[in-house]
Design a protein around this ligand. Structure first.
Ligand SMILES: Cc1ncc(COP(=O)(O)O)c(C=O)c1O
Length: 427
């Protein structure tokens, strides 16, 4: 459904909520400005309604979480049923059957489907926890603490993920608290020789990589890159950890992005769209590698209160049931192609690349574009957008897969008009 266009966004209810939040939430969490944010009240499909009753078109999928559509009926139904039956379990002591089912399903969809044995999981809540479980596994399995990660990569804001290598903005304020384990390489083939040299030095237990940079600007590497990392990890005895928290579950037009290059990782990290809206993540590794974790003697060395949350597991099972249907990947490819064509047809001086795969797309803005102003203007005109990449120079598109032709056309027409007007006023 197309958005409503109102020029008074944020409206009075959102403004009042922003003022209250300013007084009670720590600074540097929610960005609060005169024209930002709106407070979400409900969402369905590709649409979000705010506290003032305005309807928006969501081109972000709420951080690529709502892939199957906001309020997906099967997922919501699973949540409601489960909440009325068992709201909370004892994740690593007396878990629910749903945890068993989810771990089995994750194994079936990854290593078993890839013909690479079976998988074992460590479940978590946020995405960064899955990555940190993977980093711990690498240390146990490879016996080497060092980690290689890549420039422009984003793996979350926990201390382990920051130490592994993070954008300076997230890492620098806390650098003195971080272990010296990260080695950050250029992303893509230009970084390969340096990666090889670091691996040859011996103390690297894991190579941590996003198959396509998400927050780094929707950068798709050369076709040789991921296979080359696989080969280097095999040569030097390091684990290949693919962080598919953003790219996973059909977002790029394959169930998992590593499948574009036929690469089987040692560990895959999932989150975001796994449940479509509940904080649950998974570190899924090859069974033999995960068996580097010692048997529990009654007190686990890695646990969390909400690990294997029954509501999250029920939602993940409902979501995976849908994601396992290859028709979803086909639909994402077809819709993605239409979106790319519409973005590529935007005719404005200075506009750069359209890049990405499936419905994980980026549009490089003309060099002098103020992406913050663009995002605020889009919001006023009913479109929820985010920017990625260095300096926010890449508009990011990760809409619900349910986005239709009319909505794509609406968004691209709006963008063309906005960019033409800003070019006219700056020249
Ligand atoms: C590739 C990737 N890894 C990890 C994370 C961190 O996930 P979370 O914010 O759930 O901790 C994100 C979040 O955007 C991500 O895009």
């Amino acid at each position: 459904m197309l958005p409503e266009i109102r020029t008074t966004i944020p409206g009075p209810a959102s403004r009042a909520l922003a003022e209250r939040l300013r007084a009670c939430e720590s600074r540097n969490v929610t960005y609060l400005a005169d024209d930002f944010p709106v407070f979400w009240q409900r969402a369905q499909g590709t649409n979000v309604w705010d506290a003032d009753g305005n309807r928006f078109l969501d081109l972000t999928g709420a951080f690529a979480v709502a892939s199957l559509g906001h309020g997906n009926p099967a997922i919501t139904g699973a949540l409601i049923d489960q909440a009325g039956t068992l709201l909370h379990g004892m994740g690593d002591v007396h878990p629910s059957e749903l945890k068993v089912q989810l771990c089995e399903r994750l194994s079936a969809l990854t290593f078993e489907r890839w013909g690479a044995g079976s998988g074992k999981s460590v479940l978590g809540c946020s995405g960064f926890e899955a990555v940190e479980a993977a980093l711990k596994t690498a240390h146990l399995a490879a016996g080497k603490p060092g980690i290689i990660s890549f420039c422009g990569g984003y793996h979350g804001t926990g201390y382990g993920t920051l130490a592994a290598g993070a954008m300076p903005r997230f890492r620098d304020p806390f650098a003195k608290q971080l272990a010296e384990i990260g080695n950050v390489m250029p992303f893509g083939m230009p970084g390969l020789e340096q990666t090889r040299a670091a691996l040859a030095n011996g103390e690297i237990g894991a190579v941590l990589v996003e198959p396509i940079l998400g927050r780094g600007g929707k950068v798709v590497p050369e076709a040789e890159f991921l296979p080359a990392l696989r080969a280097l990890c095999d040569e030097f005895g390091a684990l290949l950890i693919v962080d598919e928290i953003y790219t996973g579950l059909n977002r790029t037009g394959k169930l998992f992005a590593c499948e574009h290059w036929g690469v089987v990782p040692d560990i895959i990290c999932l989150g975001k769209a796994l449940t479509g809206g509940f904080p649950l993540s998974a570190c899924v590794g090859k069974a033999e590698i995960m068996d580097a974790w010692p048997q529990s003697d009654g007190e686990a060395i890695h646990t969390a209160t909400f690990l294997g949350h029954p509501v999250g597991c029920a939602m993940a099972l409902a979501s995976l049931e849908q994601h396992a249907d290859p028709a979803i990947a086909d639909a994402v490819v077809a819709t993605g192609e239409k979106f790319v064509s519409a973005l590529a047809a935007i005719d404005v001086p200075g506009i750069g690349d359209v890049r990405g795969l499936g419905l994980m797309l980026g549009l490089e803005l003309p060099a002098d574009t103020d992406s913050g102003a663009l995002i605020a203007a889009a919001l006023r005109d009913g479109i929820i957008l985010l920017a990625d990449g260095p300096g926010g120079g890449v508009l990011a598109f990760a809409p619900p897969f349910t986005i239709c032709d009319e909505e794509i056309a609406f968004a691209c027409d709006w963008l063309q008009e906005y960019l033409r007007a800003s070019f006219a006023s700056s020249s």
